[in-house]
Design a protein around this ligand. Structure first.
Ligand code: NAG
Ligand code: NAG
Length: 330
């Protein structure tokens, strides 16, 4: 149960006890007084704050989650675990952690961000220290670029001043106006402090479909050569990835973040095969407290569309839409 829920529940309980005593003024005053004090104490205890009670890295938790809940992503899984581990256990940080996750939709980029948040913040993605910026939602009009730039700078500065261990997730980077993300370059760089604020403990995660085709092409090459997908190495993809992202339209197009090597890792997410979609469905059934049924998983996975048209190896939507579709197959 979330802290805020507990607090609300307590409020309801206290209001109810006040009502009961409505006809006795003395008891009412007493009840309100005691209630308010108690409420404040409990609120202070339960309210999320920027300290180790609410922010504590669970390395084992992240490893277990990546191992049990993320499918078909041996490269991403390994880099994320290593990068986050090193960052969270280093007491001599020189810059914030900057990860750029790439792959086509449904391959697990948002999901991995959630797993990271879950294992750092008690409140996970609901934490008030985790901030999601959605390019199409927050920065839709290119004519407002200058406003967006100063707004974004203020938000990041404000939030990091508030809590050094803040996490910022930028979704749909490929739809972001080029240049916007460069406005926060100083915060991602090797500075001790800027205007008295240190950004070194913050985490920035960029999510993007850019590079998805190149990753899929590499995965298909391996498949056609009869090689195991687990043989694909980061170095087979990394150099193409940063180049593709740099040269394509979108948030990191010709970005000084790339020129200045401020992105710590470009993390490729491979396209998912039929067997991974089956795994996703089985996991979803388990998460809903149902007995995982291979027959259901098989039927649902078979109804997905696979590409390329001739070979039909990879799910074109990855594991997306399973949550919505599952009920029609039970
Ligand atoms: C961002 O917006 C798009 C389109 O509105 C949506 O599909 C996506 O889920 C959003 N991302 C997050 C992390 O909320
Ligand atoms: C923190 O970021 C959010 C956007 O996620 C913004 O609305 C809020 O104003 C920021 N807080 C501060 C103190 O700047």
């Amino acid at each position: 149960m979330k802290a805020t829920h507990l607090y609300l529940l307590l409020q309801v309980f206290l209001s109810a006890s006040v009502l009961v005593h409505t006809f006795d003024p003395f008891t009412t005053v007493l009840a309100v007084g005691v209630g308010a004090t108690l409420g404040r104490t409990i609120y202070k205890y339960l309210h999320e704050s920027c300290d180790p009670k609410w922010i504590a890295f669970d390395a084992t938790g992240l490893q277990v989650d990546l191992g049990n809940k993320l499918f078909g992503q041996h490269i991403a899984s390994r880099i994320i675990l290593q990068a986050v581990n090193e960052f969270m256990t280093n007491d001599n940080l020189k810059k914030p952690l900057v990860l750029s996750l790439h792959g086509s939709s449904g391959t697990g980029k948002t999901f991995v961000s959630q797993l990271i948040a879950d294992n750092i913040y008690k409140e996970g993605m609901d934490s008030s220290f985790v901030h999601i910026f959605n390019s199409t939602l927050h920065f839709p009009h290119s004519s407002h670029l200058d406003t967006y730039k100063s707004q974004l700078q203020q938000w990041i500065k404000g939030n990091v001043s508030n809590c050094a261990q803040s996490m910022f997730i930028f979704d749909e980077m490929d739809k972001m106006h080029p240049g916007l993300i460069d406005s926060i370059k100083p915060y991602l760089d090797y500075y001790d402090k800027l205007d008295g604020v240190s950004y070194r403990k913050a985490i920035f995660i960029f999510l993007s479909n850019a590079g998805g085709e190149i990753i899929a092409q590499k995965a298909l090459d391996f498949w056609k050569a009869g090689r195991d997908r687990e043989e694909i190495k980061l170095k087979d993809l990394e150099k193409f990835l940063s180049l593709a992202v740099f040269n394509k339209n979108g948030g990191l197009s010709h970005s000084s973040l790339i020129v200045n090597n401020l992105v710590d890792f470009f993390v490729p997410f491979l396209p998912l095969e039929y067997r991974h979609v089956v795994q996703c469905v089985m996991a979803e059934m388990k998460a809903r407290g149902l007995r995982p049924d291979p027959g259901v998983a098989d039927r649902l996975a078979k109804d997905f569309i696979y590409f390329p048209e001739s070979e039909r190896v990879f799910s074109s939507k990855g594991c997306k839409t399973i949550q919505r579709k599952l009920k029609f197959y039970l």
